[in-house]
Design a protein around this ligand. Structure first.
Ligand code: AKG
Ligand code: FE2
Length: 287
């Protein structure tokens, strides 16, 4: 792009069979990459059918991200959000076991931790007329760490937005500012004009850095919902958004893969060859 070109950079799209190295190259360059067909059709059909049913039990605007009015404004007054998706459908556990997701998360996060776990998985239905969400960094959840380590901060969280249906710009596709994950200072600001929509088909995923600026787009329709879900992981020594082990009680994940149990807080943090012992341990007499 020449410096006189006012149009924003774009995000690259690849099929899920693309070499992981190429996906990582685009992710590192742009801060986000679109992977078409990342999740298979039967899994997404099951998840979207179940999400449509569960969505009836949630009021638009009721999610607050634990932040009261500020959180409600961030989420949007006409947006439905909910989590605990493994209680909604066992297809969610298959999503957690997706091998490409594992390869990308391993590549991005294991430099900064021995093991990582689920940050949050949420259905995010943006309602008709909802304005665009403020552009933000997902890694700001761990501001205390960021503000002390920037700019030498490693990747601590990796996020995805996944289409549960066709997600177009008009419906409120997630907007991303390509290249904005590389910043001079933590106070950097970006405008909507610098952002591009990450349009998705069902099962396609936008994979993005915890540092890239992004936000839900405006839903400019009068009668259709933007049907997508978010799935993110975070270094195992940080507290995730979602209290997964409370949602999946002891014994409820018996028979699930080790990876699913680890992601949902039913395995300890293992430091690997770093100093220090394990975290999130149990040493109890079973009664
Ligand atoms: O709904 C979207 O497209 C993005 C939501 C998001 O980025 C967030 O809430 O952190
Ligand atoms: Fe976000």
């Amino acid at each position: 792009m020449s410096t006189s070109d006012p149009s924003p950079r774009h995000l690259e799209r690849f099929s899920a069979s693309t070499d992981v190295g190429m996906l990582l190259e685009a992710l590192h360059r742009d801060g986000g990459v679109i992977v078409e067909g990342m999740f298979d059709a039967s899994t997404i059909t099951e998840m979207s059918g179940a999400a449509d049913v569960w969505a009836n039990d949630f009021e638009a605007g009721s999610a607050t991200q634990g932040m009261g009015a500020a959180g409600a404004a961030f989420v949007g007054a006409n947006t439905i959000r909910f989590s605990s998706l493994g209680r909604m459908s066992p297809a969610f556990f298959d999503m957690l076991d997706n091998p490409l997701f594992a390869a990308l998360a391993d590549a991005e996060l294991l430099a900064a931790c021995g093991t990582y776990w689920l940050n949050t998985a949420q259905v995010m239905y943006i309602g008709p007329g909802e304005p665009a969400q403020a552009l933000h960094r997902d890694a700001d959840n761990w501001w205390e760490y960021l503000s002390r380590t920037f700019p030498d901060t490693p990747e601590i969280t990796l996020s995805m937005m996944i289409g549960l249906d066709h997600v177009t710009e008009e419906l409120g596709a997630t907007r991303v500012v390509p290249g904005s994950h590389i910043q001079d200072d933590l106070g950097s600001q970006f405008t909507e004009a610098e952002s591009v929509p990450a349009e998705l088909g069902p099962g396609d995923a936008l994979v993005y850095s915890g540092y890239v600026f992004h936000g839900g787009g405006a839903n400019r329709t009068t009668d259709r919902w933007r049907k997508a879900m978010h799935l993110s992981v975070v270094a195992g020594w940080l507290t995730p958004e979602e209290a997964s082990p409370l949602d999946y009680p002891l014994g409820s994940l018996v028979g699930r893969s080790t990876r699913v149990q680890q992601l949902l807080g039913h395995r300890s943090y293992v430091p690997g060859d770093r100093p220090g012992a394990g975290l999130w341990l149990r040493h109890v007499k079973e009664i």
